[in-house]
Design a protein around this ligand. Structure first.
Ligand SMILES: NC(=O)c1ccc[n+]([C@@H]2O[C@H](COP(=O)([O-])OP(=O)(O)OC[C@H]3O[C@@H](n4cnc5c(N)ncnc54)[C@H](OP(=O)(O)O)[C@@H]3O)[C@@H](O)[C@H]2O)c1
Length: 282
């Protein structure tokens, strides 16, 4: 507990769901936790504590991972205050729903801006600090959809596949500096992710896909609503940052496990059939 008190943790997207559960849990365990939200009220320095808004006990700072300046400012604020940064959790994200044909380039870019480039921005801001310290953990919250693509979630899946690829490379690059890169791949979890999902404009108008899109989305929403509590991820995160040699990947939740087992053991055509059946495409 006392050792934890000196470890500084930054978690993006801590105003709800997985990020909030992780921030609360690590705060309770004695870590010095900074969570981020776009909604945090700026104060004189442009960064603020927002216990008043989110009534959380950990500290909340304003950060929009879509912008270089916002990420740099947030990291600088923590470094000025604490003089170190031990753990970064790239969690901020959302889902875009719609067939690939019904997703504009702008809609696709906005998905990548947050889910992929947001994590890249924070990795780039944190790495010089961690290299100087010769220690650190960067945990990227991926998804089961980063291992097996979900129909009508093509752009969301693409951001998570990209995150997986980037993290694999970074894992090798920063090993010599004793920096640990980790991927958590959640299955279905009960959070505001479902309510925050953005349907592309054309997906709600294009009759070509509408019926199957609606049916598939209904399955996803039901799976998520019946999903696990995000506290499970918080416990796994704690184990990861307490381990001197964490693995690269941690699958959490049944749906992630099933997805990867299916993809590994079945011929592709068969695993795709199972997926299409599950999402009511057949
Ligand atoms: N729930 C699931 O079943 C599930 C499964 C697999 C993976 N995941 C992944 O888990 C992560 C967390 O999702 P969740 O389920 O906890 O969803 P959530 O309850 O909707 O929380 C999303 C968080 O991300 C933040 N956020 C969104 N866009 C942001 C931006 N541009 N800059 C900074 N923060 C931003 C939100 O904060 P503000 O709006 O306050 O800024 C919020 O705190 C995501 O990366 C998601 O892809 C979730």
């Amino acid at each position: 507990m006392n050792e934890n008190r000196n470890r500084v943790v930054l978690i993006t997207g801590a105003s709800s769901g997985i990020g909030q559960a992780c921030a609360n849990h690590l705060h309770q365990k004695g870590y010095r936790v900074y969570g981020t939200s776009r909604q945090a009220r700026p104060h004189a320095t442009g960064i603020s504590k927002t216990e008043d808004i989110h009534s959380t006990a950990f500290e909340m700072i304003q950060m929009n991972v879509d912008y270089d300046d916002s990420v740099a400012q947030g990291v600088e604020f923590i470094l000025d205050r604490e003089g170190r940064l031990d753990v970064v959790v790239n969690n901020a994200g959302f889902g875009v729903a719609g067939s690939v044909e019904d997703t504009t380039i702008e809609e696709a870019k906005s998905q990548f801006e947050t889910n992929f480039f947001g994590a890249v921005r924070l990795c780039r801001a944190a790495l010089p600090i961690m290299r100087r310290q010769q220690s650190g953990y960067i945990v990227n919250i991926s998804s089961g959809a980063g291992l097996i693509s979900i129909p009508f979630q093509g752009m969301y899946s693409a951001t998570k596949f990209a995150l997986e690829g980037m993290t694999e490379a970074l894992h090798m690059e920063v090993k010599p500096f004793d920096i640990h890169m980790v991927l958590i791949e959640p299955g279905d979890f009960r959070t505001k992710f479902t309510a925050n999902r953005r349907k592309t404009v054309a997906s709600q108008q294009n009759a070509v896909y509408l019926e199957k899109f609606t049916a598939s989305l209904g399955v996803m929403e039901a799976d998520e609503t019946r999903g696990l509590s995000p506290i499970k991820i918080a416990h796994i995160l704690e184990q990861i940052i307490e381990t001197p040699s964490p693995r690269l990947r941690y699958l959490v939740g049944l749906s992630s496990g099933v997805a990867i087992i299916l993809k590994k053991i079945l011929p592709y055509r068969l695993s795709e059939w199972v997926l299409m059946k599950h999402y009511k495409l057949l």
